[in-house]
Design a protein around this ligand. Structure first.
Ligand SMILES: [Zn+2]
Length: 80
């Protein structure tokens, strides 16, 4: 499943899930994204993921998510 990043509660809930919302690979609870996704973020986006919830975290996740999902990644077509 994926998340609606405009929904603050979904963003917050996603942090404690074990699936990366951007690439759907497993991630550690307590992080917004998996290690690979976090490593691929530009620094200015990555730092916002360390903000407190309610103090920019949700916005940071939304920007990072948009960056990660806009990036052309692996499968071009999709599985049907
Ligand atoms: Zn990921």
């Amino acid at each position: 499943m994926t998340i609606d990043v405009t929904d603050r509660r979904a963003v917050v809930a996603s942090r404690s899930s074990r699936e990366c919302p951007a690439c759907r690979r497993p991630k550690k609870a307590g992080f917004a994204f998996c290690r690979g996704c976090r490593d691929s973020l530009p620094r200015e986006l990555a730092v916002d993921l360390y903000l407190a919830i309610g103090r920019g975290y949700e916005e940071g996740v939304r920007k990072a998510f948009e960056h990660l999902t806009r990036e052309p990644q692996s499968q071009p077509g999709g599985t049907s």
